[in-house]
Design a protein around this ligand. Structure first.
Ligand code: 0X9
Ligand code: ZN
Length: 297
């Protein structure tokens, strides 16, 4: 099993995923969904049968490079689901897809060169500024933006970034089998549901609110960490072309962005000593997401 006392390098993460599929090949496998701008594999761990009938819960982390705690939380979730597979009744009816590092170029760049890097690493025409915010590069309520140097630059068009396009492709492939989409981010202690592009609630916001409160309560019961649950635009800010909005628009019955705890000087550089307690409490919340889907479907 993994060591949650330090932040793993991208190659450590890949070795871990490969190792798990060797040891537990009967219940999980990895799939390379595409390649980043710099050619790194964007891998998913898939747990379950994927026979075209079972509901799917889809977790993605690491779309923002500097939010290192997010991939760690996704890896801890993977570990719990795979190693303790038989203790999770929800896995008898639900399939799970986890992308622990959706933006591997950015993650490597943040790890090796610039701790607070956020975006992808693709070049922008007529600019020395690099990268697009992949969480502004989705087609639902995408808006043109004119400043490639902005941290939230959405690109010249939706899905210019392979990091967003592979999520689009997953929805094209699995469509409404995907019942719940969770984007794992940091930081802020939020469970944010659509819509994020405007101050308007998604039709089934009450279901989102219930699922979010289950998530928050399970986490509160671990260490007393308090999450706020609500509409993404109202609770945080509006953002165009986000992945959670796209998921809800494309097919997912429920969709949320979770913002894990902050720490360190910037909020993103949580000290390594805190990883273990954060991923453990987060797992208790994410398990409720699986229960929600298993119990409803
Ligand atoms: O701005 C984002 O992409 C997310 N926050 S982060 O600090 N991790 O970058 C929040 C996205 C949630 N959606 C909206 N607030 N609309
Ligand atoms: Zn983020």
């Amino acid at each position: 099993s993994g060591n949650f006392n330090h932040f793993w390098t991208f190659s450590e993460i890949n070795r871990y995923l490969t190792q798990l599929t060797i040891l537990y090949g009967d219940i999980c496998h990895t799939e390379t969904l595409g390649f980043s701008y710099e050619g790194r594999a964007m891998r998913a761990l898939k747990i379950g049968r994927f026979d075209g009938t079972r509901p799917i819960v889809f977790f993605e982390a690491g779309v923002h490079a500097r939010e290192w705690i997010a991939p760690m939380a996704a890896l801890y979730l993977i570990e719990q689901l795979v190693i303790n597979h038989h203790t999770h009744y929800e896995l008898q009816s639900v399939d799970v897809i986890v992308i622990p590092v959706l933006n591997p170029d950015g993650y490597e760049y943040s790890y090796n060169y610039e701790r607070l890097w956020r975006k992808t690493r693709s070049p922008n025409a007529n600019s020395t500024c690099v990268g697009v915010d992949a969480n502004r590069n989705f087609a639902h309520e995408w808006r043109p933006s004119n400043n490639p140097c902005s941290l939230t630059y959405g690109g010249v068009a939706p899905f210019t970034e392979p990091e967003a396009a592979i999520v689009r492709d997953l929805y094209a492939r699995y469509q409404d089998l995907v019942k719940f989409h969770i984007g794992i981010h940091s930081y802020g202690l939020y469970f944010l549901y659509p819509w994020g592009y405007d101050f308007v609630n998604i039709d089934n916001w009450e279901d989102h609110d219930l699922a979010g409160n289950n998530f928050a309560e399970a986490i509160f019961n671990v260490n007393g960490t308090i999450y706020r649950v609500g509409n993404a635009a109202m609770l945080l800010y509006t953002a165009y072309g986000g992945g959670s909005d796209y998921a809800a628009y494309a097919a997912a019955e429920l969709s949320a962005t979770v913002e894990l705890p902050g720490g360190g000087d910037s909020g993103f550089d949580l000290p390594a000593e805190r990883i273990e307690s954060v991923v453990k409490e987060t797992w208790m919340g994410l398990e409720q997401v699986l229960h929600y889907v298993a119990d409803v479907h």
